[in-house]
Design a protein. Structure first.
Length: 394
């Protein structure tokens, strides 16, 4: 037996056309399976409501089909909830990959610019190579502490201070880049798994309200019909229904639909970082790898899993506000060589030393005057009245 060669490419439009040509039960079954890409229409929901068996039927009585506004609203709500979960999962995995790819590229670009700045300041290529090789095991906090102490004691010049800070910053950025690349690999695998995931039988049964045996029989029947119809469309030749359905076409269907644009959800601020302003400021710093290593993992998890670390996909309050804003900020952030050089030099510049006596002056000048009421309150605390005499109230 020879297989017919496809004469037309498989597209999302062709998939939807084939599904639209199936009987209504088949259309519903395929659209429920592919709910993260396709929508179940209102007319199909009405059919599902009327198609459910009535639990009040007993032996010997005629089946009664009741369709009320409550039952329609309940089925619509279940459809919306499963669709929200599936599309939220798809959007989250896509946003993760976009954000992590940009973070890794930014970290690598900043590390390269830090190396270039060090080279301009007289650091040899051998020293730079050694610094890069030691980046994974370098511990920056003790080195920073010693560097700050030397700067405070005036044991190091501003130029040497910045040179040491640039070396520490370059190693930190290299560790960030490696971390982001590993995280991106995991996110890509999670996205592939999400793209190949369809609605499970018990989930379809929860929406439709039909017995598991009936659902399984319909699923096998209409999946076979869909694959045969799709094969006929692709090859332009009639297909023998007795033949086994081409299962590779189902994998290709999922792959083609996975390439369609991701539907963006309308996210609202969910309380991350206490205020929206504080979150935007932290995301702006994060876009340029400007947050500490020890807090970055926790912050990333809060972006992915929502404001609560225990958040689940099924939570109605869960949004992707943080990830959406991060991707938007990354698109608006200038990552050119000049901008990165300016950011690195500003980040590694030594803190200016205050002149002697400059700290005490503003404190004395800003000392507020004590009012008469405040004086009376203080005197009452120590047992005296306003005139200074011992109080007779105690």
């Amino acid at each position: 037996m020879t297989l017919a060669v496809a004469t037309s490419p498989l597209t999302a439009e062709l998939i939807q056309e084939v599904i639209a040509g199936l009987p209504i039960q088949g259309r519903i079954m395929l659209r429920l399976l592919l709910i993260q890409h396709l929508d179940v229409t209102h007319d199909e929901i009405l059919f599902m409501v009327s198609d459910r068996p009535d639990p009040r039927c007993v032996s010997g009585t005629k089946p009664i089909t009741t369709m009320t506004q409550e039952s329609i609203a309940a089925m619509t709500s279940r459809r919306d909830e499963y669709r929200r979960r599936a599309r939220l999962r798809r959007e989250r995995t896509w946003l993760q990959c976009v954000a992590l790819k940009k973070l890794a590229e930014t970290a690598e670009a900043m590390a390269d610019r830090a190396a270039a700045l060090l080279s301009d300041r007289g650091v040899s290529a051998g020293t730079l190579k050694e610094l890069k090789e030691q980046a994974r095991v370098a511990v920056p906090r003790p080195a920073l502490r010693v560097l700050e102490e030397r700067w405070d004691k005036e044991e190091i010049s501003a130029e040497d201070y910045q040179k040491h800070r640039l070396a520490i910053e370059m190693q930190t950025l290299l560790r960030f880049a490696e971390r982001f690349r590993k995280r991106l690999d995991l996110a890509e695998r999670e996205r592939q798994t999400s793209d190949q995931t369809v609605l499970q039988d018990h989930e379809i049964g929860h929406i439709w309200g039909i017995p598991a045996g009936t659902l399984a029989a319909r699923k096998v029947k209409f999946l076979s019909q869909y694959l045969h119809a799709l094969q006929a469309k692709l090859t332009g030749a009639a297909v023998n229904p007795a033949q086994a359905p081409p299962l590779d076409l189902w994998k290709e269907t999922l792959a083609v639909l996975a390439r369609t644009p991701v539907e963006r959800s309308i996210a609202t601020y969910d309380g991350l970082e206490q205020t929206e302003t504080a979150l935007i400021e932290k995301l702006t710093a994060y876009a340029l790898i400007g947050i500490p290593e020890q807090t970055e993992v926790k912050f990333w998890n809060s972006l992915v899993f929502g404001a609560s670390s225990n958040a689940m996909h099924s939570e109605s309050t869960r949004t992707l506000f943080g990830l959406q804003r991060l991707v938007a900020i990354q698109q608006d952030t200038d990552t050119g060589p000049d901008a990165l050089d300016e950011e690195l030099l500003k980040r590694t510049a030594p803190k200016p030393k205050a002149e002697a006596g400059a700290i005490e002056g503003p404190a004395e000048a800003g000392k507020p005057e004590i009012t008469e009421l405040q004086k009376q309150i203080l005197h009452n605390f120590i047992g005296e009245d306003v005139s200074g005499r011992a109080s007779d109230k105690w």
